[in-house]
Write a protein that binds this ligand. Structure first.
Ligand code: MF3
Ligand code: CO
Ligand code: CO
Length: 255
């Protein structure tokens, strides 16, 4: 399948779905505190998406995923399954929300620091956010994906962190994961050139230690092989005629 270019109507639907996904993160933020379980966070988000937003939590039953959100704690890189694990001070947590509204997907994630977190962990979280921000700022017609990936890699590796290679950003629309693959590493002036109407995610996973990952026997949870901390942030972005629009932007952000 070639990369899909969204028309006006599809773009409007993407705006709506993405705004809802961003609002779930805003809704859940006050509940992300020491003592809460990730299963409780899942239940709260599920209820909000289904009842308040009248939308569909895309992860639920997606290729057999058992919950409505992903919660990736500390050395979990991505696709963590909400469980009865209680958050505790010092934890770093990624919450990844994808909703479907009117047939279109909005996908976004952010990091939460629970209570007192070490400066080392905060720096990792901050750098992963910088990787996302810098990547987003480069999005414009004619820009090539290899150039963006290479810049993200450069930022992470300049701080002696590593970038996960096995998972990447993706085209998104009526299909959750569609072309193109958006790698968070690469070679400048290579890869797909962006065109207005493309919608895709950027979602760099940055590890404190080595880049290698391991899949747990639940077939979903991805952890760092060396058990080092990992951080990830994600936005869904539209390529516009003269730049980009961050479709999942929250009120606490500026781009
Ligand atoms: N939201 C994830 C992404 O950013 C995908 C989660 S798939 C699931 O692409 F099944 F684990 F939910
Ligand atoms: Co995604
Ligand atoms: Co996501």
């Amino acid at each position: 399948m070639p990369v899909s270019i969204k028309n006006k109507e599809s773009i409007e639907k993407m705006r709506v779905a993405c705004k809802l996904a961003a609002e779930v993160l805003e809704f859940i933020s006050p509940s992300v505190v020491s003592g809460v379980t990730t299963e409780e966070l899942d239940q709260l988000c599920h209820e909000y998406i289904v009842s308040k937003q009248q939308a569909i939590p895309a992860p639920l039953n997606y290729r057999g995923f058992p919950k409505s959100i992903c919660t990736s704690l500390n050395h979990v890189v991505c696709h963590g399954i909400p469980s009865n694990t209680e958050l505790k001070t010092g934890d770093i947590l990624n919450i990844d929300i994808t909703v479907i509204k009117d047939g279109f997907h909005g996908d976004t994630s952010k990091m939460f620091c629970i209570g007192e977190v070490t400066q080392k962990a905060k720096n990792l979280v901050q750098t992963a956010y910088e990787c996302l921000q810098e990547g987003i700022e480069m999005v414009e017609p004619g820009q090539r994906l290899g150039t963006i990936g290479s810049r993200i890699q450069e930022i992470a590796e300049s701080k002696r962190y590593s970038v996960v290679r096995e998972y990447c950003g993706h085209g998104i629309g009526e299909i959750f994961h569609e072309e193109p693959q958006v790698l968070h590493y690469g070679i400048p002036n290579t890869g797909l050139a962006l065109v207005p109407g493309m919608t895709f995610t950027i979602e760099p996973m940055v590890n404190m230690g080595k880049r290698h990952v391991r899949l747990l026997s639940d077939h979903w949870t991805v952890i760092t092989k060396d058990r080092s901390l990992s951080a990830q942030w994600e936005h869904t972005i539209l390529v516009t005629d003269n730049g980009h629009e961050v479709l999942t932007m929250r009120s606490d952000e500026t781009f």
